[in-house]
Write a protein of this length. Sequence first.
Length: 544
Amino acid sequence: MRATWRGLPAARYGTGWEPGLVVPAADGSPLITDHYFPRAEGDFPTLLVRSPYGRGLPWSPMYGMLFAEQGFHVVLQSCRGTGGSGGRYHLWRNEADDGRATVAWLRERPWFNGTLGTVGPSYLGYVQWALALDPPPELKAMVVQVGLHDPYALFHTDGALHLENALLVGIGMTHQHRGMASMARATLRLQRRLRAITTARPLRGTHLSALREEVPWLDDVMTHPDADDPYWDGASVGAAAERLSVPTSLITGWHDALIDQTFESYARLRRAGCETALLVGPWTHTSALQQGWPEVFAESLGWLRGHLCADPAGLRATRARVHVGGEGAWRNIGDWPPSPATEPWFPAPDGHLTRQPPTDSAPLATFRYDPAAPTPSVGGPLLSRGAGPRDNGSLELRDDVLTFTGPPLTEPLDVVGPVSARLRVATDTGYADVFTRLCDVDRRGRSTNVCDGLAPLRTGERKPSEVTVAMSSTAYRFSAGHRVRWQISAGAHPRYARHPGTAEPRADATEFTPVHITLHADSALLLPRSVAAPGFPGAPEAGA
C-alpha cells in the first residue's frame, strides 16, 4: 500500500496486529475489532476507526498500518451487523451508543493511555459525529474526511432524490464489508443496469436487480423525501458541532458529494469557538482517498500529532487551506469563506451574460423539459467515476438546456465562496425542478463545470415566482481570455431522480408530463468575491 503513493512519511515503528477482538456493543452484540499497534515500548495514543465497510482493503493498510507505524494504537471496528459483527445494521440508530460502548471497552485495555482520537472518511465520519454528541473525556481530537453528518442531505435536496448516489450507497453498504470481489460484482451489475433501473416506472424497488437482495433501509430513504418526516428523526448528528470543544479537522474536495455538509460543520464549529481546520482539495468523494491520499494523510497526521502527541510541527498557521481550480495552486487563508460579498451576473438576450442589471422583468427564454427524455447529468459531485469537472459541450447543445455566456475576460477573475442563483421562472404546469451550473469556457470553447445545484420549483401555473438555488462553493480562478457561463436546465438525470412534471412523488411516479419553463430577465447568478486578481486572499504556495 505504501508503494501506491509518493510522499508518505517514513515509518517510525514496526507494527503489530491483533485481529478478531470482540467488543460488546451497547446491546451486547459482538463488534468484531482489529487492533494495530507500534512495536515499541512506551505510551501511544489510540485512534478509533469504526466502519460499516469491513476491515480489509483499503481500511487495514490506510488506517490500521499507516497510522500504527506513525506511533498510534489503531482500533478498526466493524459496525453492528457488518463485517462479521453481530446485530442488525441501521444507518443511524446505533452508532452513538456503540461508539460509547467501545470507549468503555478501551478503558479496560492495558495499552490504552487515556488519550483518544478519531479519524475516517464518509460514514466513518458519521460515527465520529455520533460519538461527539456526548464526547467521552478521553476524546482529544477528530479528523473527519469527506464526512457525513446528515443522512437526509446525502439522499435528498429539498425533496429531490439523489438517485445515482443513493444506489451507490446501497451497493457500498450492502456489499463492501463482504469483500472487494462482492463489491466489484455488484458495482458492475449496477453499471450494466443503471439506465433500466433509473428509468423504471415506478422507481421503488428497482434496485433489487443490482443488489440481489432486499435492502429495506434503501427503499425507506428513497421513499421519504420530506426532511420533516418523522422517519428522519434522530438521523442527523450535525448538532454535535454546535457545542463541541474537541479540536476537529475537516477535509473535503470541491467535487465531493458531501462538500456542503463539511462547510456546514465548519461554520458550526467556528460559531461554537471550537478549534478547527479546513482542507479543500481538487478531489471527488473517492479521489480524496486515492490521488489525494498523500495530502489527506499528511493533514490528518499533523492534526492528530498536534493534539494527541503535543507535536505542533504539522499544524498550519491558518485555519483554511484550499486548492484553487483554474490556477492549480494551494492557498492558505485565514477563514472560510473569506468574504460574504457577492456580485450578480445577469442573463441577457441571445445567450449573453452581463454585469449590467436588466431594465425589466420580462420573459427572456423558454425551454421544454420532457421527463420521458430527461436532461442527463454530466460530472459534478457524484460517488461514481464520472464525478468531477467534465466537458459540458454535448449537454449544452440540447434544446432543454439554456446557456448564458460572458465576454472574454480581460484579466483573471476569482470566485471564492458559496455560489448561488436567484431565478424568476414560470411553468405551464406548476411542477418542475431547476438545475443551475457555473462553467468555465476556455479559449478553445470547452465548457467545464465548476459548481452547481438543484431546487424544486413551487410555482403557480404560468405565474412567475422566485427561487434561490444554492450551488455549493468554490475557489476558482477564471483566467484572462476565458468566459463565465451560466447553465440552466430542469434536471440532471440520473444524478437526481427526474421530476415527473406532476405532484406525484418521484419514487412512485408512473405518469410523466412535459413542462415548459420560462426564465425572466431579472434572474441573477450570484458569484462570491468575484474580483480581479490579485484580490484573492493568500499567496500561492511555492512550487504549487
